[in-house]
Design a protein around this ligand. Structure first.
Ligand code: HEC
Ligand code: HEC
Length: 208
């Protein structure tokens, strides 16, 4: 049942990929607002205080803008960011998204043993269709760079700790920011064990 649902969702999601975004952000204007963000995410957008802070540098603009809108509205609840986006206009958010998208991303290194990395690579590239887990490459690309026009996020270079937290939050339906995409990431993460999530997150921090 889950398998059919995921396959149907993929058909719907692939249609999103054909809509090209016309982003209106101004990276220079975004830079002027980014100093307070740097306190947590790093002044280069890619050196967070610890592994719980996502890299923003090099992430695509459409994804960043959607997340900023949802963080501002509370649809994505990030207590540490409370107040950070207060009073910001839609244009301010678009400018911040354009700024971080313009910065060079950073790639880390997988730490796990060969067996774990092989398990993660297989899941990432081929999924496990019997359990309704599609290949991650379909949307996040073989390099982990995501799909910018569709707004599918880049995963490469994210600290493993952050990725584990996100996949677990989707699985437990604590993160529901994929509503526009039919609950896709929640359905996918539903099929993953803790061991698989840890292996995928480790693999992704070094993927390129
Ligand atoms: C006090 C620390 C802190 C500050 C300051 C902060 N953030 Fe964050 N931000 C976080 C944390 C922690 C997360 C991840 C929370 C989670 O696990 O979901 C996050 C997540 C994000 C995300 C989601 C990234 C993704 O891959 O989904 C974006 C976008 C973001 N922050 C942008 C900003 C911007 C822009 C500013 C400045 C206006 C800012 N943040 C200021 C702590 C902070
Ligand atoms: C059919 C498309 C699709 C497939 C397949 C897919 N994803 Fe996603 N993924 C998305 C979309 C769209 C989002 C953003 C949803 C949102 O806004 O919460 C996302 C978000 C994520 C995030 C959160 C990124 C961040 O910065 O917070 C992670 C982690 C992730 N996916 C991992 C995976 C893994 C691992 C797989 C394979 C097991 C996978 N995805 C398969 C479309 C997909």
């Amino acid at each position: 049942m889950l398998r059919t649902r995921v396959l149907m969702l993929i058909a719907v999601i692939t249609a999103f990929g054909t809509t090209v975004a016309h982003a209106g952000g101004d990276a220079e204007a975004g830079k002027g607002q980014a100093a307070p963000c740097g306190a947590c995410h790093g002044q280069d957008g890619a050196t967070g205080l610890d592994g719980t802070y996502p890299n923003l540098a090099g992430q695509n603009e459409k994804y960043l803008l959607r997340q900023l809108e949802m963080i501002q509205s509370g649809a994505r609840n990030i207590p540490l960011m409370a107040g950070q986006l207060n009073g910001k206009s839609e244009q301010d958010l678009a400018d911040l998204a354009a700024y971080y998208a313009s910065l060079p991303g950073k790639i880390g290194q997988a730490q796990g043993d060969d067996e774990k990395i092989a398990m993660a690579r297989h899941l990432y590239r081929s999924g496990d269709i019997d359990r309704g887990v599609p290949a991650c490459t379909a949307c996040h690309a073989p390099s982990g760079a995501g799909n910018a026009p569709a707004g599918f996020p880049a995963l490469t270079g994210q600290p493993a700790q952050y990725t584990v937290a996100q996949l677990t939050a989707y699985r437990e339906s604590q993160r529901a920011t994929d509503e526009d995409y039919g609950g896709m990431m929640r359905a996918i993460a539903h099929g993953l064990t803790d061991t698989e999530i840890a292996a995928l997150a480790d693999y992704l921090q070094g993927l390129h």
